[in-house]
Design a protein around this ligand. Structure first.
Ligand code: ZN
Length: 141
């Protein structure tokens, strides 16, 4: 149940780097949770081990992803309908495949829906976005 907590990315300042202790304070979480975030893909500042530092902008992105990840879990046969704002089944016979994209119409409102076909299926997991360290450094200097 604790995992359902949504965190507010707005309280993080993008141009500041945070230590684990600071993140713990800001979000009122414990250190273990923060370390788990890092294990889950929260990027740390390269070359900085003691103390571990995390860019505010990376933390914001991570929190946003984390929040959005909880909103939708789709079954293999479902599509996300942007009109209904929920995962929907496709209308019978409306599914078409093109490359690695599947298209279909919502069974309720007939809105066109698309979804990527994954080459392999790991339990609905969004890989963490690669960090553009160069631009981050440019912002800091
Ligand atoms: Zn719909």
């Amino acid at each position: 149940m604790r995992d359902m907590t949504r965190f507010n990315p707005q309280i993080i300042q993008g141009h500041v780097s945070y230590t684990i202790r600071e993140i713990v304070k800001v979000f009122g979480i414990n250190q273990k949770t923060c370390l788990r975030w890092i294990a889950e893909g929260l990027a740390t500042v390269p070359g900085k081990k003691k103390p571990i530092l995390i860019y505010g902008s990376d933390l914001k992105t991570f929190i946003r992803q984390k929040n959005s990840k909880k909103k939708v879990t789709m079954e293999r046969h479902e599509f996300y309908c942007f009109k209904c704002k929920v995962p929907r089944r496709a209308k019978k016979g409306s599914i078409t495949k093109k490359g690695d994209t599947k298209k279909a119409e919502c069974c309720v409102c007939s809105t066109k829906m698309t979804r990527k076909i994954k080459p392999y299926r790991k339990d609905y997991h969004i890989p963490s976005t690669p960090v553009q360290t160069s631009t981050l450094f440019d912002n800091l200097i």
